[in-house]
Each structure stands twice: as C-alpha cells, then as structure tokens.
Design a protein. Structure first.
Lengths: 90, 136
C-alpha cells in the first residue's frame, strides 16, 4: 500500500511546486469512512440478493482496498511546452 | 532494458563515452544486482509507456508512465464485475470500433493470462515521436 505521494507541477513560466503527502494521513480519514460505509454496503447486498447482484456489491467494496494496495509504484510523468506534471506513489 | 543500461548506451551513441568505458559501466551495473543474461528471468513488476520526441523534433512533449502490473490485474478484475447488461453495451461499443471481442467470454483466469503475456510485450514505434511500451 503506498505511503507517500509525491506531486510536482511546472507551469509554462517554469514555476514549479512540489508536494510530499504522507498517505497514512489520508488513510486515517479514508478507512473510518469505508468502515462507516460497510453497513450500507451490506444492506445494499441484502437488497440486491434476489437479483443475484449481492456478490457484485461486496466484490466492488473489496476491490477498493485491493486497488489501493496495488497503487504503490505508480508513476506518471508528463512534460509539454505548457508545463509538466509528475506524480509518484511509493 | 533498465534505465541505467539505456542511459549508458545513449551516451555511447552520442559519443560522450567510449565503448570500453561503457563496458566497464555495464559490468558495474551487473555486479550491483542486475541479473546477467544467463540467470533466471526476473519477473517484471511494471508496465512502462514512454513517449519521447525524436531528435530535432519541434514537439517537446514527453510522457513517462509506469503502471504496476498488480494494478492492471486488479483493474481487470474490477472490469470483470461489470454487470451482464452493461457488458452487451461494451460489446456494442467495441464492435463499433471494429474490435470483435465478446466481453462476457473473458474469465478471471483469462485475465491472468493476458497480464502474464504482457511480461513479454515490447512495442517500439518510431514516428514523429518515439513510443516505447515494455515491462520491467
């Protein structure tokens, strides 16, 4: 799971900003939010049970965690004459 | 090919270093933990997409994207969650683009196979820009 987000931007005048964001601070907000969401997900799964879509709802919820866990190492670096953008998760 | 190896070869092609110096640098990289060509193949972790302007090109746009293969696997699994009703719409959209692919026929094990085959993928396109897609 990525713990640090590095963001860098450069505008066309060459002015740049760099942001280091410790993601565990984001997780401190995100995980309680996902926990609060859990009863609603289970409720939605119960409602959708007759339509055979309960499994989909639960799998989608689990996939959020899976995707978060797989983001580590993602790097996007784009440069153009109008500026640039760099994002790295580690 | 690793970034270091690529840089060394670029320096040779630009005449910045001699072939002997390049050989020494390459062997130093190998000693630093890079597997030799004779050893077992290292499992790639990332899909890399690089778009660079050709030398002398007026377009300075550059793109360098590194996507973890784990993320691609997870994303494909997410795609498998698309309901059947929506899958037919996806199939129609693909058909309109000339891609004859039945989305509903793709199973999770097929997705794993697709990602595994990506390991050997290398695409080099030389046009106005140089586009490279590979796994590392």
């Amino acid at each position: 799971m990525p713990m640090l987000l590095r963001l860098r931007g450069i505008d066309r005048n060459g002015q740049r900003f760099t942001l280091w964001l410790p993601l565990f601070l984001v997780y401190l907000i995100l995980f309680p939010l996902l926990l609060v969401l859990l009863p609603f997900v289970l409720l939605a799964a119960l409602i959708l049970w007759p339509f055979r879509m309960a499994c989909l709802v639960i799998q989608a919820y689990v996939t959020i965690f899976r995707l978060l866990g797989c983001l580590s190492g993602l790097q996007i670096d784009i440069e153009s004459e109008n500026g640039g953008f760099f994002i790295k998760l580690k | 090919m690793s970034e270091e190896r690529k840089k060394i070869l670029e320096m040779v092609s630009e005449g910045k270093i001699s072939a002997e110096e390049a050989e020494r640098l390459l062997s130093a990289i190998s000693k630093d933990g890079e597997p030799d060509s004779g050893t077992a193949k290292r499992e790639p972790k990332y899909l890399r997409v690089m778009v660079e302007p050709r030398p002398g090109s007026s377009n300075p746009d550059k793109v360098n994207i590194r996507v973890p293969l784990k993320l691609i696997r997870a994303g494909l699994k997410l795609a498998a969650l698309i309901p059947k009703s929506a899958q037919s719409q996806v199939n129609e959209a693909l058909h309109e683009k000339g891609i004859e692919l039945d989305f509903s026929q793709i199973k999770p094990e097929d997705l794993d196979n697709i990602v595994r085959q990506l390991d050997d993928l290398t695409v080099d396109v030389e046009g106005k820009e140089s586009v490279r897609i590979f796994c590392e």
